[in-house]
Ligand binder design. Sequence first.
Ligand SMILES: C[S@@+](CC[C@H](N)C(=O)[O-])C[C@H]1O[C@@H](n2cnc3c(N)ncnc32)[C@H](O)[C@@H]1O
Length: 270
Amino acid sequence: MITEPVMHKQWYEAAFGADYLERYSHRSEEEADGAVDLFLRRTRLAEGARVMDLCCGAGRHVFSFRRRGFPAVGLDLSMDLLRAARELPGARDVPPACLVRADKRWHPFPAETFHAVTHFFTAFGYFQEDAENYAVFDEVRRVLKPDGWYLFDFMSAPLVIAEFDGRDEIRSEESDGDVRIVSTRRLTDGGLRVEKHMEFLRDDRVFRELHERVRLFRPEDLLTALDARGFALAETWGDNDGGPWRGEHSPRWIALSKRRPTTSQEDTFA
Ligand SMILES: C[S@@+](CC[C@H](N)C(=O)[O-])C[C@H]1O[C@@H](n2cnc3c(N)ncnc32)[C@H](O)[C@@H]1O
């Protein structure tokens, strides 16, 4: 008997549908405007500079850049989120080619295309192998011009670990109208990953589930990886307002760096 192979989706191929937008609706355009303003204040990006927002989701940062006159493009894997982006009012004047469906490991752009790449809101650490995760940095480097800016915005691993406070599971419940949402967060792989499972219930019946699984990279490891891949750190922030990084007291870990003309490995063999 010939059986069909069972094709399992990776969690990140299933998690970022229309449900995701509903669930994270507080991640608003207003928040995106604040993040883009901060980035532009700190980088003083020249007028007309080419920007790519990596893992752009429904395009909130892309449109924010475009409203400020930067010809930004967005790249994301989720067809649902890119479709949602095209339906936003800001999308009317945006050429369709500015919202691109692609994998973050392989960008469909020539080398040295962009003056800046932004990478907002924990769109990293989704792959099983660290080498695959870090391949994302290599690809960002490839498409950046020498001295181009890279903004990398990740969760604060020390804060996540502190929240567990020695436990390996945290359960919480909330209600939204007649919907009950039960969330379970777990530390897995010996504390290397945090997984979040959400069940949405109506009349005690689960009608939707969401699952996320992210590698808990320590800031020092991310800095080493960025450095080895040819990024020179300019600043780190601990929140979306550009406040200083204060370890487990900071909600985010945000690194602003510049692409060096050559990587340290290339220097070695020059
Ligand atoms: C946490 S969301 C952040 C979205 C957006 N940056 C924002 O702040 O609204 C992560 C995004 O990464 C995208 N993503 C996940 N895996 C991807 C992959 N392999 N290649 C490209 N995008 C991916 C998802 O579709 C989703 O839009």
